[in-house]
Design a protein around this ligand. Structure first.
Ligand code: ADP
Ligand code: MG
Length: 726
């Protein structure tokens, strides 16, 4: 597997690659016993049917595990015909994996015993750890310490264990295991994992591996993703994730894995960030779900939004080559479903173009004049298996298409199982992907079974098929242009500023006002108009005399975060009116916000005209600094025309981020007589903010709102900024 590993990122080259491989193989060696152990001991095995410790032994036997199985039980005796041992020390060699199903307080001692016995892998099924509260947390730390001391890797606690249908390893309570296949499935919820495995069996979806991570005290989703990328049985990694344990580590692993093994993730949403700060727009719009989406996007991970989509996508990727382009031929025996399919394909960014002349002629010659040869290619209700086969062959060979979606609606005149065989024959003759959508239930079960058998992905509804095809297409794009890692920035540049922010933060300061913040930003070459903080009318007037007007005047107060909301901003003020406006602002604010600690007035040159956008940063607890780019400046919350990325990212990624928004596309391409904006300046600004966020861990939120973007070549101007420490 390692031999065909493609360096996924620019920093993986030469010696780094060698180091990386060494680390990989060390990690994977330590996890191997969880995949194919030579000998399993079940600590807490029971002779009483109905007990979990009985079920695990029964399942190990039933699933056909070939190595020795050692039940451990103080009463010894015999369990399901196997000799039981009173303790792990007396169990004979070999034992590579210990499965623990004993009460939590007994786990530390049992682990110590495993260590003495030379066991280096333990799946802890017992609950009663971090999931139960502080006492459990202490216990979880205790077992982790023991594991680290003795080089033991742990899966769990509080999980259901692991399952390898290829080797018959089943340490779970799940009785019926799926067929061996090439989809690995990781789950942070044991219960959901059990339900999905049962469902996969019904759907005849084969699995290469299943692991329930439980509390993931030691082995995390990231470790297993790394290991599974090298598992020869695994073609696709599917995961149900509630939270990623180590954001940067996950991103690093995913970046390296996705170009060779696709990763599809169902992430439970609705995660609470605790009390969400409202001081910045970025924090109010960009929560942890946006951070996950950004992290997945940047690392080539495909995000599924339902259990159905997770597996629909997994089989598309496991069974077929991904489409080389986005043009799909819809082959059908029914008009309505085909129309729905065309809609769904379009909604998912795919196309359904008309057949080219050559294909149309070939179809006409083979099928006669009855079928409609547009797209859909409609064979009509009674379409026979040979008709499906002939048409599928022609379409799969056609240069006009990158994939074929064959839809079948059952009726008395057709033969769903026969069509399945026909489609399989057509698919076998080419590398181009063929997908099927069999609508209905009772009369198509056999047809579906055969499609699965022949590795033709089959879907219930056109919408599901379209989503899965689009996701498969996404993976092909990841393969063609693997996720990049940004070259490390020189954070030295920010050192002085970081030191000053750190000082403020250490003194408990939360909010950094304009007058304190702007000098720091200017030192970093943020493009800003000339300004002064005036604490007397004379200061304001003096500034106006020596600078080109007109001016923007704004109240300076730590209590007024949104200055224009209280009438605290005056724009286009001529030099002559600066003095009067100074008093007007003071008076107005004193009236409206009596309690605000008014400090003075910011006098700023007006920026040249341009388009207002917002750039923000919020530090995500999992992934670190997340940047936001958005259209509409102050209207960003209403418009939600925003894109997110986790820092660091390179210029190309910054450009992709800008292009994800309507405002960004308008800036790039211009519209209705509006000239394109200076996108390069925005890219530089995004990277400057990313660098600052990476260098200054005490910077919790940061926002430039608005940035005024001038025509291409003329730069951008930051006219308002705020920083929140914490
Ligand atoms: P706040 O966001 O606290 O209400 P801003 O400083 O962002 O205050 O000012 C409000 C709006 O005024 C900005 O969104 C922008 O449209 C305009 N504005 C502020 N300063 C300038 C400036 N120097 N040049 C041009 N327009 C400005
Ligand atoms: Mg503002």
């Amino acid at each position: 597997m390692e031999a065909d590993h493609q360096p996924a990122s620019s920093d993986v080259g030469g010696t780094n690659l060698l180091v990386f491989r060494k680390i990989m193989s060390e990690i994977n060696d330590s996890l191997r016993p969880f995949f194919s152990p030579d000998g399993v001991a079940v600590i807490g095995a029971s002779a009483t049917p109905g007990k979990l410790g009985y079920g695990v032994i029964a399942n190990l036997i039933k699933s056909g595990y070939q190595g020795p199985i050692h039940p451990i039980n103080p009463k010894a005796g015999e369990i399901l015909g196997l000799p039981a041992y009173p303790d792990i020390d007396s169990a004979p060699d070999p034992v590579e994996l210990a499965v623990l199903i004993i009460p939590a307080p007994a786990v530390p001692d049992a682990l110590q015993a495993c260590a003495r016995r030379g066991i280096r892998a333990a799946a802890i099924l017992s609950g009663g750890f971090a999931e139960t509260g502080p006492e459990g947390e202490v216990r979880q730390r205790e077992i982790l310490t023991i594991a680290r001391q003795h080089d033991i890797r742990l899966i769990g606690p509080n999980g259901v264990g692991v399952l390898n249908p290829h080797s018959g390893l089943n340490t779970t309570f799940i009785e019926q295991i799926p067929e061996p296949g090439d989809i690995a499935f990781l789950s942070q919820s044991g219960a959901l994992g059990g339900a999905l495995i049962d469902w996969a069996r019904g759907q005849r979806i084969g699995l290469s591996y299943f692991a329930s991570l439980g509390n993931a005290a030691d082995v995390t989703e990231t470790d297993l993703i790394r290991a599974l990328a090298d598992d020869p049985n695994t073609r696709v990694i599917a995961a149900y994730i509630e939270s990623v344990h180590d954001g940067p580590g996950f991103m690093d692993a995913a970046r390296r894995v996705t170009p060779r093994t696709p990763i599809v993730v169902l992430k439970a949403g609705g995660t609470q960030d605790g009390a969400r700060a409202v001081a910045s727009h970025t924090a109010s719009i960009g929560g942890s779900d946006e951070a996950y989406s950004a992290a997945f996007k940047q690392t080539g991970v495909i995000r599924a939004h339902s259990v159905q989509e997770l597996f629909d996508t997994a089989i598309a990727l496991a069974y077929q080559q991904p489409p080389a382009g986005s043009r799909v031929a819809i082959l059908t025996n029914a008009g309505g479903p085909a129309a729905l399919a065309a809609d769904a394909l379009a909604r998912n960014g795919l196309q359904a173009p008309l057949p080219d002349e050559a294909s149309r002629a070939a179809l006409r010659a083979a099928l006669g004049s009855a079928p409609q040869l547009l797209n859909p290619i409609d064979l009509l209700g009674a379409a026979s298996s040979p008709e499906y086969e002939t048409a599928a062959r022609i379409l799969l060979q056609s240069d006009a298409y990158d994939a074929v979606l064959a839809i079948l609606v059952p009726n008395t005149a057709n033969d769903p199982a026969g069509v399945a065989e026909a489609l399989a024959r057509a698919a076998a003759a080419t590398n181009k992907p063929l997908y099927a959508c069999y609508m209905g239930d009772v009369s198509i079960r056999e047809g579906r079974r055969r499609l699965h058998q022949h590795r033709i992905p089959v879907y219930d509804f056109p919408k599901n098929a379209a989503r899965a095809i689009a996701n498969a297409r996404r993976w092909q794009i990841v393969r063609e242009s693997p996720p990049r890692t940004a070259a490390p920035q020189n954070l030295e540049l920010y050192a002085d500023i970081v030191a000053e922010l750190a000082k403020k933060s250490d003194l408990g300061q939360k909010y950094v006002g304009e007058a304190e913040l702007y000098p720091l930003l200017e030192r970093l070459d943020f493009p800003m108009p000339s300004w002064t903080a005036a604490y007397a009318k004379a200061d304001a007037v003096a500034f106006a005399r020596t600078h080109a007007g007109p001016f923007a005047l704004k109240v300076l107060s730590p209590d007024l975060v949104h200055k224009s909301d209280v009438g605290g901003v005056a724009l286009n003020v001529s030099a002559e009116r600066v003095g009067q406006t100074y008093w007007d602002l003071q008076a107005k604010v004193r009236r409206r916000a009596r309690k605000a600690g008014l400090q003075g007035v910011l006098v700023q040159e007006m920026a040249r005209p341009g388009v207002e956008i917002i750039i923000g940063m919020r530090r995500d607890p999992t992934f670190g600094p997340m940047l936001m780019f958005g259209g509409g400046g102050v209207y960003v919350e209403a418009l939600r025309d925003v894109a997110f990325r986790i820092a660091p990212f390179d210029a190309e990624e910054a450009r992709a981020m800008i292009a994800e928004t309507v405002a960004g596309r308008l800036l790039m391409f211009g519209a209705r007589g509006r000239v394109p904006g200076d996108v390069d300046a925005l890219v530089r600004l995004l990277q400057l903010v990313a660098g600052l966020a990476l260098a200054a861990p005490m910077l919790r939120e940061f926002e430039l709102n608005p940035v005024i973007v001038h025509p291409a070549g003329q730069g951008a101007t930051v006219v308002d900024a705020r920083a929140i420490l914490g």
